[in-house]
Write a protein that binds this ligand. Structure first.
Ligand code: 4NP
Length: 165
C-alpha cells in the first residue's frame, strides 16, 4: 500500500471544502483507509482563517451523519502544491485562482471535484451556498457525497499495491 493525500479547496473554507473534507474523511475511515489517505481542506481567501465551519454547513452535515466540529479554516499556501497528490476545487473561479499560484510542475494535480461526480455530472461546480437559503447547504452534501464515492474508488486503486503507476 502507498499513501495518497487529497486537498479540497473553495473560497472561504467554511462551507463547501470543509463539507467535502468531513464527508470524504468519514468515508475513508469507514473503508479502513485512514492510515493511507490523508484529507485536508483550505480556502483561496483569508477572511475566515482559524474559524470553525459555517453553522449552517455544520448542522446540515451533522443531520446527514457527518461531524465537522474538528475543522478550522486555513488559506492555501505554496507548500500545498508539493505536499498534496490531488487538489480538488469546488468551482471554476477556485480553479482560476489556484492555477494562478500553482507551479507549472504541479498543475496536473488540479481538478474540479465534480469531475468525479456520477449522478450530478451535468453540473461541474459545487454552488457556493454562503449567501443563499438553507436548502443550498443540503445540495452541497448531495454533490459532495456523489463525487466522494467515485473519488474513494479511485484512491482505493491508487493506494493498492497492485495499482499501476
Ligand atoms: P465557501 O463559502 O467558499 O464554500 O467556504 C464562502 C464562505 C465565505 C465567503 C464566501 C464563500 N465570504 O465571502 O466570506
Amino acid at each position: 500500500m502507498r499513501n495518497v493525500s487529497v486537498l479540497f479547496v473553495c473560497l472561504g473554507n467554511i462551507c463547501r471544502s470543509p463539507t467535502a473534507h468531513g464527508v470524504f474523511e468519514q468515508m475513508v475511515s469507514e473503508a479502513g483507509l485512514q492510515q493511507y489517505i490523508t484529507v485536508d481542506s483550505c480556502g483561496t481567501g483569508d477572511w475566515h482563517i482559524g474559524h470553525s465551519p459555517d453553522k449552517r454547513s455544520a448542522s446540515a452535515a451533522l443531520s446527514r451523519g457527518y461531524d465537522l466540529s474538528h475543522l478550522r479554516s486555513r488559506q492555501i499556501n505554496g507548500n500545498d502544491f508539493n505536499q498534496f497528490d490531488y487538489i480538488l476545487v469546488m468551482d471554476q473561479q477556485n480553479l482560476i485562482d489556484v492555477q494562478a499560484m500553482c507551479p507549472s510542475d504541479f498543475t496536473g494535480k488540479l481538478e474540479l471535484f465534480l469531475d468525479y461526480a456520477n449522478n450530478f455530472s451535468a453540473t461541474k461546480e459545487v454552488p457556493d451556498p454562503y449567501y443563499g437559503g438553507l436548502s443550498g447547504f443540503d445540495d452541497v452534501i448531495d454533490l459532495v457525497e456523489d463525487a466522494s464515492k467515485t473519488l474513494l474508488s479511485t484512491l482505493q486503486m491508487a493506494v493498492s499495491k497492485n495499482a499501476q503507476p
